[in-house]
Design a protein around this ligand. Structure first.
Ligand code: SF4
Length: 468
């Protein structure tokens, strides 16, 4: 579909043919995270759901397929384990697609964010276990060295946005499988498929656009400024603050901070070092925060439209459900137990399904769920934990026709076919013994000559070792 077309696709109503049956894409497929053998492991379940949800219908043989994920901030430990993404990569390849794992550079939301350039991101990804070797395909930063490579996408029916900036590497792919980690998020309330598309597929200016920091009503440039609240050059963080701004809009004077409002590009960079000093007024903070939830829905709908109807599928792991996102430098305790893995052709339905399941879970003691008083089953977990409605983004997105709020949750039986999910070199005719026999043939038995030497009876009564 050409950028700017006003035609609305109802992605949720795209029929897909699966095993000879026509099914509707607003089904959400789910398996829990309980383990009882190879076929019930989380990656194996994701692979089974990939097929149940018909995600191979998103691409054809030889199509390049972006496997969009978040490879974790430096020292974050809640991000998806690499094997959970690798499992999806292998399914894409099995069905004839040509996968690459991808994400985009970040906005400078933290002065120590480790993924704001392509090089930094690739270094962080490698430290977190994401490399071409571990993924079995290239790992590509989709918006280039500084996050400037993108295509402009018109969103003529957006509630707040009129345009978006989609990372070129994603836009150039033939299809995309969005692999998300469901959890809370300090700004987005929750993180799931929509955010993974809206922010995760935006170039750097795309992210600034969605964050509305230069919006004429709620943007940061409209906020009040109180440079006199800064103590100036004697502050130990003076150099940090000055160097935080990539366009030199911040200057630390002897006894105050000066800000060039016109030069500011709304990059988001000064929020941590400077907000804490009350240099920027927060009169419009709540409006800005709420409107951001809406603009994410706009951007995600626009980007999906740009990719083309039926070209994007979704796998969402609801494990390690921390209160904040994987962009944080660490991971707080999960607020609810693991739930499992979802797959769908419908971006909105898969998020709604995860949110509704989370609401049914009890909060975990000693976590932010307890601190925020949302421990009971049936309470809106992320609305309570973050303090803003968890429904805004899904509502906004569905209004643009990018998915359905209503869905059918399908829980298929777990496969019993272990050979389908074991390591690729193993199988019924080549179990591990097959390979070990080669070693025995070369080097003889593993046992030392004459066998191991043991005491015939334990030298300490067993019972004595069973008590503290
Ligand atoms: S002053 Fe503007 S451009 Fe500079 S760091 Fe802050 S938001 Fe970014």
């Amino acid at each position: 579909m050409p950028a700017g077309s006003n035609v609305k696709y109802n992605f949720a109503k795209s029929p897909i043919v699966l095993w000879g049956l026509v099914v509707m894409s607003s089904k959400v497929y789910f398996m829990d995270d309980r383990y009882s053998g190879l076929t019930s492991s989380l990656p194996a379940k994701a692979q089974q759901l990939f097929d149940h949800a018909g995600l191979m219908e998103c691409f054809g043989p030889g199509d390049s397929v972006a496997v969009k994920c978040h490879m974790g901030e430096w020292f974050n430990t809640g991000y998806l384990r690499p094997i959970l993404v690798r499992a999806v990569v292998d399914k894409v390849r099995e069905h004839g697609g040509v996968p690459f794992v991808t994400d985009t550079t970040t906005a400078p939301y933290s002065q120590y964010g480790s993924r704001c350039t392509e090089q930094f991101y690739l270094e962080t990804a490698a430290a977190n276990g994401y490399t071409a070797e571990t993924m079995g395909c290239p790992v590509i930063i989709a918006d280039g060295a500084y996050g400037t490579e993108d295509v402009r996408v018109e969103i003529p029916d957006g509630i707040l946005l009129r345009e978006g900036y989609l990372a070129r590497g994603v836009a150039d792919a033939d299809a995309m499988i969005v692999v998300s980690h469901f959890k809370g998020h300090g700004s987005a309330v929750y993180g799931g498929s929509i955010k993974n598309v809206a922010i995760g597929c935006s170039s750097k200016r795309g992210k600034m656009n969605v964050h509305l920091t230069t919006h004429p009503e709620v943007g940061w440039r409209e906020w009040s400024f109180h440079g006199e609240n800064c103590i100036g050059e004697e502050c130990p963080d003076a150099t940090l603050c000055k160097n935080t701004c990539p366009v030199g809009a911040i200057e630390i004077k002897e006894d105050r901070l000066e800000w060039d409002r016109e030069a500011c590009i709304g990059c988001f960079g000064h929020q941590r070092p400077l907000f804490r000093c009350d240099v920027w007024g927060r009169e419009r903070y709540d409006d800005w925060s709420n409107w951001f939830l809406v603009s994410m829905g706009d951007a995600a709908a626009g980007y999906l439209r740009e990719m083309g109807p039926g070209k994007v599928g979704f796998v969402t792991y609801a494990v390690d459900i921390t209160p904040f996102c994987d962009c944080a430098h660490g991971a707080d305790r999960p607020v609810i137990s693991n739930m499992g893995v979802f797959a769908s052709r419908d971006m909105v339905a898969v998020d709604v399904a995860a949110l509704e399941m989370a609401d049914k879970m009890p909060g975990l003691p000693g976590t932010r769920a307890e601190a925020k008083g949302v421990m009971a089953e049936g309470e809106e977990k992320f609305t309570g934990i973050i303090g803003r409605s968890q429904w805004v983004t899904v509502n906004a997105c569905s209004r643009l026709g990018a998915g359905e709020m209503e869905y059918e949750l399908v829980v298929p039986p777990v496969s019993e076919s272990e050979e389908e999910f074991c390591h690729s070199r193993l199988g019924p005719e080549t179990p591990v013994g097959y390979y070990l026999a080669k070693g025995v043939e070369k080097f003889g038995s593993w046992l030392p000559e004459g066998g191991f030497v043991y005491n015939e009876r334990p030298t300490v009564p067993f019972e004595e070792l069973t008590k503290r």
